[in-house]
Write a new protein. Sequence first.
Lengths: 300, 245
Amino acid sequence: MNIIECRSLTKVYGATKVLNNLSFEIQENKITGLIGRNGAGKTTLLKIIAGYFRETSGEIKIFSERPFNNLLVSANVIYINDQMNFPAALSLKEILDVSSTFYENWNHELSDRLFDYFSFQPTQQYINLSKGMKSTFNMIVGLSARCALTMFDEPTTGMDAAVRKDFYRALLKDYIDYPRTILLSSHHLNEIEDLLEDVLLIKDGKELLHIEVEDLKEWGIGVQGPTTAVKEWIKNREVIHSKNIGLDQMYTVVKNVDSELDKQKSQASGLLITAVSSSDVCVYLTSKTKGGIDDVFIKD
Amino acid sequence: MSLSRISLQEVVKRQYTYKLRAYIQVFMSLVFIQVLGILFSFNGVGMMGTSSNTFDISVHFYSADIVVIFTLLWAFISAILITTQAYRNDDFAFITNRLSSNLSNMLFLLTISLVGGLTALLSSHIMRILMFVLGQSEYLYTPTEVSEWIIGLIATVLYVLLFAAIGYFVGTLVQLHKIFAVLLPVIFFGILILGAGTMNEAIFRNVFEFIFEESSLALFMVKIGVLAALLFSGSALLSNRMEVR
């Protein structure tokens, strides 16, 4: 069963198309990573799914229903981001109590245990928490609510390395206890790739790739060697990244078509073939410009 | 996988319960503003005096009018406050849609109107006690019939509700577009300044009479009920397509 069905979804703000004909489907009980650069439309997409924003055109269905102003969707979806807002008059413990009255599947034991583990004080106020502590608290709410569709938007903002690790581990453990559909948006693909099953890569509001993480790891190969040899080799191939090294060396990343012949040919011409990490593939695929930041500083 | 299904009624009920707890500041400001109102009331609402060679009488009138007026203002401002973004976003931290959020806000405003109206009326008793204890001159008061007191209570509560409804509508307009934050006060004061002396006077006179000079309680209840319902449903309609967070 598809939890999310999205067909040519478009969202326009003024003159910019934040989401542009986005179409994808997400199946039940999968952990999907939503990856994209700043401004790619990740947050907008998640907010439309949560029913906060209205789509401009296209169709979005969550549990086969349109999410905007929908109580069924609201009751089964939780969206956690770093701009979460909780009533200022309530203490942390009271916020958890109120949440538990709303969410049917709320796991009080889990929330209490996490609350103690991360050493929150019951009487603390949410607004007085530090950025990382807020994110940690949001995460407790997100996990304990046990909603059929759980979305974390940049959940680790401000968390220190230890808490980040704990978070990923907690997420995985609770997922095993209580499988559900999880959407995780993050800049740090290398941190979360062990957690994910699928990756949805978006760029400028369009779907670029929607594949399994395992496939993404083998999606690209790096070729390094003398410039002329590399240029010859990459003819008729999809180059997603290239960089000059020194005067006569070159490094390019191309789509992996995986043929034995290529490997032999490259070895013969003295080229070095390397694997490209999935997070690098994502960076290269989503880069907005040709070349890199170095080119900004090259004055002709 | 089973999805949890929840009825609108149930969501509104839970939201209302949570708002009574979360919007505690509204009640705190009520206490503050009514104490302030009582203090100002000691200035008296009117005075008359007479004297001759041998005696000198001055009569001061005291009433809880100022407390009631302060309570009306409080209801207006509190209603605007709960339409602001921070409060609306709080709702969206939990299960909600725009309709349930509006409905629970209305229930909350109805509750604070009851509390505000009742305490405003009761404040006159506090004033009597304070007069009795602190007053240095002769103190008289006319006892009120129970039926009269109840009529007073109903009228006060309804006025507070009306002001809350106006505040909620104004607040919703401002949330819809920031231009209303400038436009509405300009219109209000513009009418006050321009309208007073010109031909429009009749209209304002009528509006004032319609709301404040109704002699039949039943008719008054219907009038305010309809007005408040119109304002609330208008706000709900306007905000039903609003994007949040």
